[in-house]
Ligand binder design. Structure first.
Ligand SMILES: C[S@@+](CC[C@H](N)C(=O)[O-])C[C@H]1O[C@@H](n2cnc3c(N)ncnc32)[C@H](O)[C@@H]1O
Length: 368
């Protein structure tokens, strides 16, 4: 296994003292309730009040401000002390926010992950074991009877949709500014297929970045409908077209553009498929490519992260794919993605790293 240097340091030798390791093991054992009580400390506004208070707050003051019972506040504050999100002054019995509590409250990525895990994943993850054994997202049954989450996306309850899109957009949005520079400044792009273009966020940024570019979004028909509603009336929307297609259907080919297509863009798209499916999709993408076409794959490859926290979030996200999304895909590492690209008969021209929240862009072209 190849790992970026900082990850290699973390994952190749024991990191913890025995006491720390025991503590971590208990943290895992109590993980579900560590998560739920911490989420409620945010939801009830307790962490925020502690952040805003100069001297901290007593239990009575928290009860008064939240309307919660003394019992509820006692249980939550005692648990939060042990979790490490708050601190107490034993002289005054006043609680204050700890460093971990501060991150839980203020770190955007953490908040997005909390919402995603509660609204989208929490109940479905109970069925992770069945999902692994049956190679299908058994946890998705909690929401409906679709084969994958993507068919059901437009029908999910609004709070679930909000957290799903919040998670998806948070990661890709932060990389779009640097990605635009790569696609339009480093390469000459006038026409682009946005594969799995979802709500059209990236397409809108493209048509606004370059006044000549034309974008065709390839996505499931129900997504194309959502996308069309979303881009309607927005600047440059007349240069965005939709092409409804189920790319899991091996008989469905990429549209052919007269004169060829300059760029095929796949952002956070291939992680929605198994490796065999990726090879099939890339092989069909190849039929729309000419020698001057570049295929850009933007993914958060977990082995290319600088920080263990990022790799942790990504390998955990893989388990959302197992139990909720489709039962057979994951956040891939470079080795797996390279294998798919080569098996499809494409070659890698360059890899850009460190975009936004840890994205890489793999630039592929036809083999001459
Ligand atoms: C994780 S989202 C990525 C959205 C966007 N590209 C981004 O970077 O934020 C994956 C997209 O792939 C689409 N998708 C999933 N399965 C598909 C399939 N079988 N055929 C076509 N599109 C599919 C989904 O509808 C969704 O819009």
């Amino acid at each position: 296994m190849k790992l970026f240097p900082d990850l290699e340091k973390l994952y190749t030798r024991e990191r913890f003292t025995a006491r720390e390791a025991q503590d971590r093991a208990e943290f895992i054992a109590w993980g579900p309730i560590v998560f739920q009580v911490s989420r409620l400390m945010i939801k009830f506004g307790i962490l925020e009040m502690l952040r805003e208070s100069d001297e901290g707050m007593t239990r009575e003051e928290i009860c008064q401000a939240t309307g919660l019972s003394d019992y509820a506040v006692k249980c939550m504050t005692e648990a939060s002390l042990c979790i490490g999100t708050i601190l107490v002054d034993t002289e005054t019995d006043r609680f204050t926010l700890s460093k971990t509590g501060w991150f839980l409250l203020n770190d955007h990525a953490t908040r997005v992950n909390v919402d995603f895990n509660h609204d989208v994943n929490y109940e479905g993850w109970f069925r992770l074991e069945e999902s692994f054994k049956e190679n299908r997202p058994v946890g998705l049954e909690h929401f409906g009877n679709w084969p994958t989450v993507y068919e059901g996306l437009s029908e999910l309850p609004s709070q679930v949709q909000k957290s799903w899109f919040g998670f998806d957009h948070f990661y890709s949005d932060s990389s779009f500014p640097e990605a635009l520079e790569i696609i339009f400044k480093k390469h000459n792009t006038r026409s682009l297929y946005d594969v799995g273009g979802n709500t059209g966020k990236w397409a809108l940024q493209c048509v606004n970045y370059d006044k000549d570019v034309e974008v065709t979004i390839l996505d499931l028909p129900q997504q194309i409908q959502m996308m069309e509603e979303n881009v309607k009336g927005k600047n440059g929307c007349e240069r965005i077209k939709g092409f409804g297609i189920d790319l899991l259907d091996k008989n469905r080919n990429f549209p052919q553009r007269v004169g060829g297509i300059d760029a095929i863009w796949m952002s956070q798209f291939l992680d929605c498929f198994s490796m065999d499916e990726i090879v099939s999709i890339l092989t069909r993408a190849k039929t729309a490519m000419t020698d001057s076409t570049r295929l850009y794959i933007m993914e958060t490859l977990w082995d290319r992260q600088r920080f263990g926290t990022a790799a942790f979030c990504l390998t955990m996200t893989s388990l959302y794919f197992t139990a909720i999304a489709n039962g057979n895909s994951k956040m891939y590492n470079t080795e797996d993605m390279e294998k798919c690209i080569h098996d499809a008969g494409l070659t890698i021209e360059q890899i850009y790293d460190g975009l936004g929240q840890g994205h890489s862009i793999i630039v592929c072209k036809l083999i001459n």
